[in-house]
Design a binder for this molecule. Sequence first.
Ligand SMILES: Cc1ncc(COP(=O)(O)O)c(C=O)c1O
Length: 359
Amino acid sequence: MRKYLYSIASYKPGKPVEELQRELGISRIVKLASNENPFPPSPLVRRRICEAANRINRYPESSVFYLRKRLAAEFSVDENEIIFGNGSDELIVFAVRSLVSPGDEILTAIPTFLIYKIASMVEGISIREIPMKDFKYDLKAIASAVSSNTKLIFIANPDNPTGSYVNKSEVESFLASLPSDVFVFFDEAYFEFAREMDDWPDTLSYVKEKRNVIVSRTFSKYYGLAGLRIGYGFARRDIIDIMNKVREPFNVNSIAQTAALAALDSKQYYEKLYRVFKKEKRFLENTFRKLRVEFLPSVTNFLLVKIGNNASDLVEALLKRGIIVRHMKAWGMPEFIRVTVGQPGENRRFIKELKRLLK
Ligand SMILES: Cc1ncc(COP(=O)(O)O)c(C=O)c1O
């Protein structure tokens, strides 16, 4: 056995709806804990999934042929500059496995997405976590922390759990300050929610300039396909080729491939959901303000909310009422909870219980 694996704190996902249903014996559960799209995928996606079910006696296309063509056209990149993962989580693992060797080092921030640390530790690679500044990636501090062993830097942009982002000029000075043999992985799982910011960094342009940059995105959040597990990444061809060496041939199932393509064909449906989301996010923000509950500005579909010393009790009390939010203890922020923007009725039920519990 690899004994060092025992020391790794395994990732603890948000409680599944079905689990709480079993525990409480009630059917109406509100889950605002995993930054998912709270609405079902588009009717077209659901129809195509049913059709694709007839063909699952066959292995999926390892090349993800049709979706690859579609994304290449949509983002004007070469088809060979795209890689697919069983969720974008898997692309993080591919990067650690293929770009970093034992003795090298990885950098990221703290608090950020926990999988960077877990994936590095599982591979036996050391990772240094550079503290954020005002709940935001401190790119200057990360650049100063780069050593001759540093080979890979993970940047969640926007970040989970803070909801903050690093802007174009910050990213450009950062990239310019790095040694030429360091790879930067921009994890853009929440890209669709942040892309309208005026100073959003166009990271794909760095890929097109053939820099040491990997950009990952996902169908799990905006497109509501979290249960199917499909994410994609862009990078220079030689980077994609080496990442593909550690990819299992059938890592993306055929239903996920079909559903993702149909999701891209359902733009209007998702734009409609996005408008609802924006309204609902404003509703939650305004209500928190009225209740004098502190929260961080966020360019994502979730809010990091400061509750105080009793955050853990609040999360437990909400759970008993069938409402799942995320306590931030695993991120070293025990006074905070993270709340995903849900459907209108779900947000109101959460607020009603929150008001009752805060009294
Ligand atoms: C920052 C970030 N990256 C990646 C992921 C993984 O998403 P998926 O594997 O579903 O694509 C998440 C999910 O919560 C996330 O918050």
